[in-house]
Write a protein that binds this ligand. Structure first.
Ligand SMILES: [Fe+2]
Length: 376
């Protein structure tokens, strides 16, 4: 291995000779927990301050390894509070988000869709859709908001704009919105040539800038409905972990193009499993515990959890396993798995002495069928 040498070009640029150096490997952050008590104290604080001009009472849960506001390298997690009668200034932003209501109830207006979001319900906010939040209940409405903002911040491309205070949601989009039906792609006049027997093609620029949009609406996943479709009693044979799927994410299987969300639901009385080896993946997993008591073991470190706790329970590529107790358990897991599918970078090792699979690029992991022990 050779050492790197630098050759400055000017005050902004250098040339770094990295010949012979090993390539990068995963550098996972430490697992962290924000307890229910810490979340409650944050909610109390946000409820006590004057309403900011933009209507956003919000606090970020920040991992101290983050150079910005990330809870994980590519995931921001905020708690947002609105008191009765309050609403946020309408905005749109090019980050997308998952919203999990943890107290109260309110309405999310997103581009022609009004979603009533009650405790433990979930919705998504697609990128660049005008949206606002309104507390329509009688108590504080509290949401956990997960977004891909940290990655956009690193790229220097996080964009937002405030919209008119008096704002009417736009009509929903059921199909392509920007396709020029008389344009060259639609007419078949854009050049498109095969340039080698391997399938490589040479195409007109129209293909890059007149992309057929995939309709992406704000969707509502009511907790009560989902819970009723999953295991509620010992031995009922129903699934104990399922994904909240947004069809707009297609094969990426997400709630947004960046995140999947799963609901885990293990009924009381299930025999806890003995401790053993875990698994690992380079997507990060963040668990919000809805119900039950248990613990996780992350690279040999035990982290106890209970209902109301928020954990970075699986930093990228750390071995982890989760253990519930006879209380059973329920949790939402948010993972940046679809983001990695989009980047062709998702790797998964189910058995620590088994193969490392590139999910989405080769045959995937089997065995995730009902009923099974909970793992994300
Ligand atoms: Fe996992």
């Amino acid at each position: 291995m050779t050492s790197s040498t630098e050759a400055p070009i000017d005050s902004h640029t250098t040339i770094l000779d990295t010949s012979g150096q090993p390539l990068e490997t995963p550098t996972p952050w430490k697992p962290i927990k924000v307890s229910r008590h810490e979340i409650d104290a944050t909610i109390d604080h946000l409820s006590s301050i004057p309403l900011p001009a933009n209507g956003r009472r919000v606090a970020h849960f920040v991992h101290l390894e983050s150079a910005g506001r990330g809870f994980a390298p590519g995931v921001e997690v905020c708690v947002e509070v609105l008191l009765p009668g309050e609403s946020t200034t309408p905005i749109r932003r090019n980050s997308s988000s998952v919203q999990i209501a943890i107290a109260g109830e309110g309405t999310v207006d997103v581009a022609g869709t009004a979603i009533g979001l009650k405790r433990h319900d979930v919705c998504n906010i697609p990128s660049m859709k005008p949206h606002r939040f309104r507390n329509t209940g009688t108590g504080a409405w509290v949401r956990l908001a997960y977004s891909n903002a940290p990655l956009l911040s690193v790229l220097g491309t996080h964009y937002y704009e405030e919209l008119e205070d008096i704002w009417e949601p736009e009509a929903g989009t059921d199909g392509p919105i920007d396709m020029d039906e008389s344009g060259p792609v639609a007419e078949g006049t854009a050049p498109d040539h095969e340039v080698s027997p391997t399938g490589a093609r040479l195409r007109g620029y129209e293909y890059l800038v007149d992309i057929e949009p995939v309709p992406n609406k704000a969707l509502h996943w009511p907790h009560e409905t989902m819970s009723g479709l999953m295991s509620t009693e010992l031995g009922d044979g129903k699934r104990t972990i399922m994904a909240l799927y947004n069809p707009a994410t297609e094969r990426k299987q997400g709630a947004t193009g960046s995140f999947f969300v799963t609901l885990s639901q293990m009924p009381p009385g299930v025999q806890p499993r003995p401790e053993g080896r875990g698994h690992r993946h380079n997507s990060v997993a963040i668990n919000y515990h809805v119900d039950g008591v248990g613990y996780s073991v992350v690279d040999g470190v035990r982290i106890d959890w209970e209902a109301g706790d928020l954990l970075l329970s699986a930093p990228a590529w750390r071995e982890h396993a989760h253990y519930f107790t006879e209380t059973g358990m329920s949790a939402y897991t948010v993972q940046d798995h679809p983001l990695h599918i989009g980047m062709e970078s998702l790797i998964w090792q189910e058995n620590m002495d088994g193969p490392i699979l590139a999910l989405g690029l080769e045959k995937g992991q089997s065995g995730y069928v009902a009923p099974r022990n909970w793992d994300d």
